[in-house]
Design a protein around this ligand. Sequence first.
Ligand SMILES: [Zn+2]
Length: 135
Amino acid sequence: MEDLKKVTYLCDICNGPIEHHKDGNGQVYWNKGHNAEPVLDDGRACDTCNAKVVVRSRISGDELTVMKQFVAVLQIMEPENRKALIEYFDVQFVENLQQMVSSEIKRREENPDKYQSVTSDNADYFVQEEDDENL
Ligand SMILES: [Zn+2]
């Protein structure tokens, strides 16, 4: 039989080590974490990602979309940043953020001149319009 404690798999969501689950005698009886469906079609999740991301993604269809987008964003981040982000992850926050970003994009598309200096990649400052002081 394979010695489970010698093998540590990596979580497909945060890329961190998947915890060894031990019995009352301290013997590792499971080292493969949790099924990451439906967030990932074919993947394993550590205890944290299972609780924070996978389980919650099974609750409703809308949240699943948000969760999948969240996991897609995680894939391009460094592992240590992934862990921190997962700890603070909140579905409502992501939904609010998406709404804010899409309304911001819409506002900029409708007023391209006003936001040009801010959105330019090489801008290192922007000048606030005078009427903004009243806000
Ligand atoms: Zn994980």
